[in-house]
Design a protein. Sequence first.
Length: 49
Amino acid sequence: MVEDRRADGRVVLRPDLSVKAMLDRHGERELTPEEFQEHFGGLPTDGEG
């Protein structure tokens, strides 16, 4: 992402650090709830909520 354009023609770039951008860069995606359950099963709880 372009953060700043300088008078001398230089640009300052800032990486997009959003989750979507990071997943896209690596060809990944978020797990569906079904896939999460399949991979991790029921996670232990501490009795709250």
